[in-house]
Design a binder for this molecule. Structure first.
Ligand code: KIV
Length: 263
């Protein structure tokens, strides 16, 4: 998959499958899977580092995760998330972060929100770096929007989202994440754009879907929003494996002679 394939997928009505990933071992498994695109999301701050929001993610954190994922993949398209405020300080600061993430192994960057970011997006794109937009629920603005809630429910907010989606396309974004927006609005936006939309909590009519890996695998402890489908009872399976090993150690069943070195 490369940046041109996104448009091609939309034209052929082939769904784009994007999954978050943050580490080398998982990346090697994703590499061998049918997932098209890897997002090294700033959700790393939450699912890998235990923070309550994505705000503590910074360029250093994102670059280390991007490097690990890049080492574990051969030909997956990797998108690095621009962390909180990294594109709001100054253009040189923004471009430093973009450069660091691309050198770490990203093939594109993702940037939350449009308002105030149009020129920045256009500048990054003109610098030769593909940009994925992200509208709807933008978790970096969680304190301004008053929590993790569905966006674009009233007519005015829906109109703003429609306009911003078009503006993202005009600024040069190659694709757009729509997070937690009503299904019909996501479908309307998808139909109005020539770039593909990738939905999370945005219904079935976007051009692709993205989920956080830990959610899909059932590894997240207390987080099960409506839009997540767990494909594995990961927590239970991991716990069972840990407990089976602990029990074997305590009963003297681990290690066996076969699992030990001879003289
Ligand atoms: O950081 C992230 O994982 C994301 C996805 C939820 C789209 O931005």
């Amino acid at each position: 998959m490369n940046v041109l394939d996104f448009q091609a997928c939309k034209k052929r009505a082939e769904k784009i499958v994007m999954l978050t990933c943050y580490d080398y071992t998982s990346a090697r498994i994703v590499q061998d899977s049918d997932v098209d695109v890897i997002l090294v999301g700033d959700s790393a701050a939450m699912v890998m580092h235990g923070h309550a929001t994505t705000l503590p993610a910074d360029s250093e954190m994102m670059c280390r995760h991007i490097e690990s994922v890049a080492r574990g993949t051969r030909d997956k398209f990797i998108i690095g998330d621009m962390p909180f405020l990294s594109f709001r300080r100054s253009l040189p600061d923004t471009m430093q972060t973009v450069g660091d993430m691309m050198k770490a192994g990203a093939h594109a960057v993702k940037l939350e929100g449009f308002d105030g970011n149009g020129n920045t997006i256009a500048h990054i794109v003109k610098s030769g770096v593909p940009v994925m937009g992200h509208l709807g629920l933008t978790p970096q603005s969680v304190h301004q929007i008053g929590g993790y809630r569905v966006q674009g429910r009233d007519d005015c907010a829906a109109d703003t989202l429609r306009q911003e989606a078009l503006a993202c396309e005009q600024a040069g974004c190659f694709a757009l994440v729509l997070e937690c927006v009503p299904e019909q609005l996501a479908a309307d936006i998808t139909g109005s754009l020539s770039i593909p939309t990738i939905g999370i909590g945005a219904g079935a009519h976007t051009d692709g879907q993205v989920l956080v890996m830990q959610d899909l695998l059932g590894l997240s402890a207390d987080f099960k929003p409506k839009f997540v489908r767990q494909y594995l009872a990961g927590r239970q399976l991991w716990k069972d494996a840990f407990n089976a090993w602990a029990s074997d150690v305590r009963n003297g069943h681990f290690p066996t002679t076969d699992e030990s070195y001879s003289q």
